[in-house]
Write a protein that binds this ligand. Structure first.
Ligand code: TYM
Length: 340
């Protein structure tokens, strides 16, 4: 890791994923895939958003297991812990502290408009808790604590990133320049991967049949793609038309994202071949993309001491950056300086 002087010369990237389920293809293509390879140019912070995940009831043993296995998967996806700061959100208490403060600068109306809140409260009608509602202020705290310039996320997080910008601007307008105003960094292809079973809903862990997990076996992945919904038309032709043929468009986005081929190239490649051959090819491309990640994750996961070292070092680095911002915020809002 570089010294503080050079850290400041680089722009800052920050993102997180909730360990509320195992990582899936949407998380990978929409987010993690685009995190690797950034560390030369940016100072990068990536974390397991465990504070966020308890807005929905979690099994404690599973949450603990997934937080650590998510870290192993981050590393297996190419995030070198020496070049990226990888940490567990709850290890850096400044997140919860700034989260509380930003709650007081976030409006009820703003929070009510968040689509993730609306979706999750519809799915968890028996547990619409305060944390679910104020989730975006905590996410703003995650980002603003590190003075992040860019937030690499999938399309579904754009609204939260925009609210973060509004909160930062509001705070800066009242107290003077305190927070960097961040920008979302969303990939052109893969930002919204849809369910293989219901291509009009986004791929998510709550729909395991339509969701490909990074740790799925090659056989499971092949089976899921074989069953993927294409379209009910009789055309049987691979053509990019998201409105008319959302299933095919989704498979094309996945294929494009893992092979780097354009939609025109994909249409040519499968001209006259029908959906069956196309689905098989997409499945195989995904299997080959995920195979080294799965194998490397399993290898890393076996070394619990190593992982413990990574998240310990990550929390130390993250805390020192977070502490700096929080101290500034406390001073700006008028809290008495802590004498010890
Ligand atoms: P989460 O945990 O739901 O998802 C993690 C990342 O994966 C992306 N993603 C997708 N991209 C494409 N297609 C999909 N089907 C798909 N599903 C998920 C998400 O856009 C996200 O980038 N609130 C965040 C976690 C978070 C965070 C943060 C992110 C907490 N604090 C600070 C950035 C910065 C969330 O729920 O993501």
């Amino acid at each position: 890791m570089e010294n503080t002087a050079s850290v400041h010369a680089k722009k800052i990237m920050l993102s997180g994923i909730q360990p509320s389920g195992d990582l899936h293809l949407g998380n990978y293509l929409g987010a993690v895939k685009n995190w690797s390879g950034l560390a030369e140019e940016f100072d990068c912070f990536y974390f397991m958003a465990d504070l966020h995940s308890i807005t929905v009831r979690q099994n404690p043993a599973e949450l603990r297991r997934r937080s650590v296995s998510q870290l192993a998967q981050y590393i297996a996806c190419g995030l070198d812990p020496e070049k990226n700061t990888l940490f567990i959100q709850s290890h850096v208490h400044e997140h919860a502290e700034l989260g509380w403060i930003l709650n007081c600068y976030t409006m009820f109306g703003e929070l009510s408009r968040m689509t993730q809140f609306k979706d999750k409260s519809a799915k968890n009608a028996e547990n619409i808790n305060g944390g679910l509602f104020t989730y975006p202020s905590l996410m703003a705290a995650d980002i603003l604590l590190y003075q992040a310039d860019f937030v690499p996320v999938g399309q579904d997080q754009k609204q939260h990133c925009e609210l973060t910008r509004d909160i930062a601007l509001r705070f800066n307008n009242i107290y003077g320049e305190t927070f960097k105003v961040p920008e979302p960094y969303i990939p052109k292809v893969g930002a919204r991967i849809m369910s293989l079973g219901t291509p009009t809903s986004k791929m998510s862990k709550s729909d395991p049949q339509g969701c490909v997990f990074i740790m799925d076996s090659p056989e499971e992945i092949a089976r899921k793609f074989k069953r993927a919904v294409t379209d009910s038309d009789t055309e049987n032709c691979v053509r990019y038309a998201p409105e008319e043929k959302p299933g095919v468009a989704n498979l094309m986005s996945i294929y494009s994202s893992v092979t780097g081929r354009s939609f025109a190239e994909i249409e040519n490649e499968f001209a006259g071949q029908g959906y069956g051959a196309f689905k098989r090819a997409v499945g195989e491309a995904v299997i080959e993309t995920l195979r080294p990640i799965r194998e490397e994750s399993q290898r890393i996961l076996a070394d619990k001491e190593y992982l413990r070292g990574v998240y310990t070092q990550g929390a130390e680095r993250a805390s020192s950056a977070a502490r700096r911002t929080l101290r500034k915020v406390y001073k700006r809002i008028g809290f008495v300086e802590k004498p010890f």
